[in-house]
Ligand binder design. Structure first.
Ligand code: ADP
Ligand code: MG
Length: 568
């Protein structure tokens, strides 16, 4: 056709294609999951747009996905009657990668196939995974609301470029036609495709259909019928009862909503009734995403209203410090035409956010307090991946602060290892007779914290000190001033009062020493002048000759350095 044009892929797409084909081959069946997942998303998008424009359905209201194959042509086709794509959409969706974190992702590639394969799964493989099994993909699509003559054909061999041209297409939606690579013929079988679909896509809420196959007594072979057969359960997974869902189905559903390649760490599924009625299916990933530190990134929850998809990444459904949670909330109370603005003010949403926050914290407590090693290990994984984000909750969520404080884990002088495994309750349990405070030191590295001269006296007395080295710690500590009635104090702050830990004899000795050095101290003060606020004789040090301390009401040295680094 005269309007056929050939365009080059964005550089990242080329890179992704190369990587995918080579590193995901051992997992090649996932292409079908990805394409079915896209078809299901396309149906969700159509339903959503049609809330305010029923005409988009035309005469075709029954949304579904069809999978078929052609043995002679060696093709597999995945068809949907969802939203479809216009020419512009085809070019931007199938020629570029618009995902957040794309740059970070490509920056992290190591060239080591195995490592990169794990990364790529985390990034989300998507449409391009079709090229694992196909050496050419044809997409024919017509957007809902456009005319049959306004359809588009996109085609590519998955190398440097792709073509787009106008075509005529009678039905709404998208057909993805995979021209199989040499050696992939085993996929050209009803049995094989069916088994892949039941394994990976059973949770999809739309019917996934294939042509029925039946045994023919006369011909003594399987023959393909003209009638379709639905091969999945075709109901929203979260709306099914827990006892009807297998762990594998929960896992596959997670991969569908999260675009994650790996299994989740844990999940919770509940129907909540009362002030607000909703279903929640919430997952905690096993690995942090690339853009975890982007606080502007929207959350990972999909919002549905009575099974109708409303929006992705509904950030109002979770507090920012739980932005890593993935899953679905299906509300029975919200209006279908709810917008992000309405969500912000809705009392139902507030109730959902509070309820879901409590659920997530409960899920974490269950892991953190478990006796079983498997759960303990899971909590350790969680802490390594998301602990720093959870700490934001101490300053952000006053209502749950105490529960979050119990979930915190730190390194300490007890084991003198950088592993963050000490709970505040563990610390309190090990406190010395007469000790009434929780001591900590902050620094920008574990080695610096461990070797802080401020620790000498504590080591000598056998008093445990928490070693804090995460960027958020100082900020968090300004909100966490006590735990179970015990004050948290920095060992680097002035006038450190060791309380009853200091015995009478020592006190006397200290007073004498102070007297002895009175003149020297006065001289030093005079010499330093404005440079130092005060000069004191210290009993905190055992090996080092001197150290700097911050005034009780001043910012600590570490925080000052941080603020300076941030340009303050
Ligand atoms: P993701 O699904 O994570 O967005 P994909 O690579 O799977 O990434 O798909 C890229 C984009 O292409 C989708 O976001 C969507 O806009 C578009 N797309 C893919 N498949 C379809 C389809 N069957 N119908 C409509 N749009 C589609
Ligand atoms: Mg996708």
């Amino acid at each position: 056709a005269d309007n056929k044009e050939t365009l080059g892929f964005q550089a990242e797409v080329k890179q992704l294609l190369q990587l995918m084909i080579h590193s995901l081959y051992s997992n090649k069946e996932i292409f079908l999951r990805e394409l079915i997942s896209n078809a299901s998303d396309a149906a969700d998008k159509l339903r959503f747009e049609a809330i305010n424009n029923d005409a988009l359905y035309g005469s075709d209201h029954e949304l579904k996905i069809k999978v078929s194959f052609d043995k002679a042509a060696r093709t597999i086709t995945i068809s949907d009657n969802g939203i479809g794509m216009s020419r512009d959409e085809v070019i931007s969706h199938l020629g570029t990668i618009a995902k957040s974190g794309t740059k970070e992702f490509f920056g992290k590639l190591s060239g080591d196939q195995q490592k990169d394969a794990a990364l790529i799964g985390q990034f989300g493989v998507g449409f391009y995974s079709g090229f694992i099994v196909a050496d050419r993909i044809t997409v024919e699509t017509r957007r809902a609301g456009l005319q049959p003559t306004e359809a588009v054909r996109w085609e590519s061999a998955g190398e440097g470029d792709y073509s787009v041209e106008a075509i005529e297409k009678t039905s709404r939606g998208t057909d993805i036609i995979l021209h199989l690579r040499e050696g992939e013929d085993e996929l050209l079988s009803t049995w094989k495709l069916k088994s892949i679909i039941t394994k990976y896509s059973d949770h999809i809420s739309l019917p996934i259909q294939m042509a029925k196959e039946e045994w023919d007594e006369e011909k003594k072979e399987m023959v393909t019928k003209d009638e379709p057969e639905t091969i999945n359960q075709a109901s929203a997974l979260w709306a099914r009862s827990k006892s009807d869902i297998t762990p594998e189905q929960y896992e596959e559903f997670y991969k569908h909503v999260s675009h994650d390649f790996a299994a989740p760490l844990t999940y919770t599924h509940n129907r909540v009734e009362g002030r607000s009625e909703y279903t929640q299916l919430l997952y905690i990933p096993a690995k942090a995403p690339f853009d975890l530190w982007d606080r502007n990134k929207r959350g990972g929850l999909k919002l549905y209203v009575k099974r109708v998809f409303i929006m992705d990444d509904a950030e109002q459904l979770m507090p920012t410090y739980l932005r890593f949670v993935k899953g679905v909330i299906d509300s029975a109370d919200l209006p279908l035409n709810v917008s992000r603005e309405i969500l912000q003010e809705s009392r139902d949403v507030k109730a959902i956010r509070e309820g879901s926050t409590k659920r997530v914290i409960g899920m974490l407590e269950e892991l953190a307090n478990a006796e079983e090693q498997e759960k303990k290990d899971k909590y350790a994984t969680f802490w390594t991946e998301f602990g720093q984000v959870l700490k934001e909750g101490i300053g952000e969520d006053m209502a749950n602060k105490d529960r979050i404080a119990k979930l915190l884990r730190f390194a300490s002088t007890n084991a003198d290892s950088a592993d963050q495994v000490v709970a505040l309750a563990d610390y309190v349990g090990r406190m010395k007779e007469g000790q009434d405070k929780i001591y900590y030191v902050t620094a920008d590295s574990f080695t610096a914290a461990k070797n802080s001269p401020h620790l000498e006296i504590f080591r000598k007395k056998g008093v445990e000190v928490l070693l804090l080295t995460d960027r958020v710690d100082e900020w968090m500590l300004s909100f966490l001033t006590e735990f179970e009635g015990k004050e948290l104090v920095s060992v680097a702050k002035g006038g450190l009062d060791l309380g009853k830990l200091e015995d009478e004899a020592e006190k006397k000795e200290h007073e004498e020493t102070e007297n002895q050095y009175k003149e020297l101290v006065a001289k030093m003060k005079e010499t330093l002048g404005e440079k130092a606020k005060d000069v004191r004789v210290t009993f905190r040090l055992t090996d080092s000759p001197a150290c700097l301390v911050a005034d009780e009401h001043e910012l600590s040295g570490n925080l000052l350095r941080m603020l300076k680094a941030a340009g303050q």
